[in-house]
Design a protein around this ligand. Structure first.
Ligand code: TEU
Ligand code: CA
Length: 554
């Protein structure tokens, strides 16, 4: 297997709005991030992915961009960015930008021109359609509730927005749009950035004719299945590779809603013709129910084991994998799969970080930060949550209590509460009033306390990162093959990794119960790489305490 720095990396995602506020306005910013580079270097990560920092009206917290080549006022200015990039590099940390080019903000100058008239030269930068029988051109529903079409009085046409109506979809079939995007990407690469995370990149090629989507159950709108993995998506990414990506030493990861294993083998193939890796979503939907995400349903471990193992085994030798539990769109894994306890956080981290692929750590995950106890919709800020509340509670589809329970379990704002730095006011995130509430458990879950406790979740993550990046087992962890054990076991997630004649065994009890675990092969324990209970030794028939995690060379 060909070696590469981006295969051997551990990437830390920062949601700038909630990471660290340096000027007391209650909003995180670039200088706040720069002040925490020593902390990140101590953790041991070598790449930071910044969620969007470009000019934006913040309808979707920066995922609605109005100027790709200028910094959002809330976060600072381009000098602050240049200082952050320089100091990150001095800390041995690369910077990956969030590339959001399936859509822009409706306040982008391109869209302002496009909507001004039917014959404006930029009209076809976006997807405009005449009404069909006086209504929307098709049945597509937006990811943020309602129709995916917005009627524009001025020209009597609809424009497509798969997300909020302030996020009009770009028309990638228009080569002028591709030129604009590739020129902008080159401009950032010339500044010295180290890669791109590509937002919903699987959606940039829609099925010609924009046919209706599938309607599930009593859904009002059709789904967006005709917007993902479209007929020209690989052509566009191969053009991006040729015109931009191939000219720089970058890491690229495509966020690919709806991606299958077969499609992933194209996006993330090993011949470097498109991207390095993709974020797939299958495992994050395994605790949804027939109504979708607003449920308190929990994972069933055998399903999770089967799905993660499928991606481990079926990409082997053909494409590179990303590994993640958390990001700014997901609830926090220690609440979702664990029981909020630090020992469960360490167990769940072990499951992921010994697998094959590039691991991503979302800000606060390394501290075991938990979901937030939302009691009212007024505490929420996310457009997805707010629109869902209007549609589902307003439309009498769900009671407020049920939806709030679903928000506490699955809402994106769980990941967007401020980073918990210490036990002072507002968790040391800001000297002002934070844009969203700080989790009340910051008194005990915070970076300062964990840096002073050698048994903290922070130091456990530091050890996991060190094993992958700087240990005698680095090669086997990065490049070894994966084999799941006991696929039916409802509590134990156990697997081996092998490279040549070297083999390691990972045993995790992903439950709050003490269980027995039998190995059907004899083990001659050589050395324990990491474990979250000191007194549990490896043997053929072992009693495994709640949330136990252990890794041994065998
Ligand atoms: O997310 C795309 C996406 O698939 C998510 O909207 C996901 O479906 C949803 O959040 C799960 O509930 C990307 C960004 O990560 C997200 O923050 C943006 O809101 C979205 O695109 C639009 O840019
Ligand atoms: Ca600030």
């Amino acid at each position: 297997m060909e070696k590469a720095w981006w295969k051997e990396s551990v990437i830390y995602q920062i949601y700038p709005r909630s990471f660290c506020d340096s000027n007391g306005d209650g909003i995180g910013d670039l200088n706040g991030i720069r002040s925490k580079l020593d902390y990140l270097q101590k953790l041991g990560i070598n790449v930071i992915w910044l969620s969007p920092i470009y000019k934006s009206p913040n309808d979707d917290n920066g995922y609605d961009i109005s100027d790709y080549q200028d910094i959002m006022d809330d976060f600072g200015n381009m000098d602050d960015f240049d200082a952050l990039l320089k100091e990150a590099h001095e800390h041995g940390i690369k910077i990956v930008m969030d590339l959001v080019v399936n859509h822009t903000s409706d306040e982008h100058k391109w869209f302002i021109e496009s909507r001004s008239s039917k014959d404006n030269p930029k009209r076809d930068y976006y997807i405009w359609r005449e009404p069909k029988d006086g209504k929307e051109p098709n049945n597509w529903g937006s990811c943020f509730s309602g129709s995916a079409w917005e009627y524009d009085e001025k020209t009597g046409m609809y424009y497509l927005h798969c997300f909020s109506k302030k996020q009009p979809d770009l028309n990638w079939d228009n080569e002028k749009v591709r030129d604009e995007v590739f020129n902008m990407m080159t401009w950032w690469c010339e500044k010295g950035i180290d890669g791109f995370r590509m937002d919903v990149i699987s959606m940039i090629s829609k099925v010609p004719g924009l046919p209706d989507g599938k309607k599930e159950g009593d859904a009002i709108y059709g789904d967006l299945s005709n917007t993902t993995n479209g007929p020209r998506v690989h052509e566009y990414l191969q053009e991006m590779r040729k015109r931009v990506l191939s000219k720089y030493d970058l890491i690229t990861v495509g966020e690919c809603a709806g991606v299958t294993i077969e499609e992933a083998k194209k996006y993330a193939n090993l011949d470097n013709s498109e991207l390095n890796m993709v974020f797939q979503f299958e495992h994050t939907g395994l605790d949804y129910d027939e109504r979708g995400k607003w449920t308190t349903k929990r994972f069933y471990l055998p399903d999770l084991k089967a799905n993660l193992s499928k991606w481990q085994n079926e990409l082997e030798g053909q494409a590179w994998n990303s590994l993640y539990w958390d990001n700014h769109d997901q609830p926090r894994i220690v609440s979702r799969l664990g029981d909020d306890s630090p020992v469960s956080a360490k167990c769940i981290a072990t499951v992921l970080h010994l697998m094959k692929g590039t691991p991503y750590i979302y800000q606060g995950e390394e501290l075991g930060m938990t979901n937030y106890p939302f009691k009212s919709i007024d505490e929420c800020r996310d457009i997805e949550i707010i629109n869902a509340y209007k549609e589902l509670v307003g439309g009498n589809c769900m009671t407020e209590e049920d939806l709030l329970a679903g928000i506490r379990a699955k809402g994106r704002d769980n990941a967007r509460t401020p980073m918990q730095w210490d036990d002072t006011k507002e968790a040391g995130f800001t000297s002002g009033k934070p844009w969203i509430g700080v989790n009340p458990n910051y008194k005990t879950i915070n970076a300062k306390a964990e840096l002073e406790d050698s048994n903290s979740v922070f130091y456990y993550y530091q050890k996991l990162i060190e094993l992958r990046r700087k240990s005698q087992w680095s090669d086997i962890i990065v490049y070894g093959t994966y084999n799941l054990l006991d696929k039916e076991d409802e509590n134990i997630f156990a697997y081996t990794r092998q490279l040549g004649d070297k083999k390691i065994l990972v045993v995790c009890n992903v439950s709050a119960n003490e269980v027995q675990f039998k190995l059907d092969f004899d083990v001659e324990e050589k050395v324990c790489l990491i474990r979250n209970y000191d007194n549990v030794d490896l043997n053929m028939d072992m009693s495994v305490p709640a949330w136990f995690a252990g890794v041994w060379e065998i």
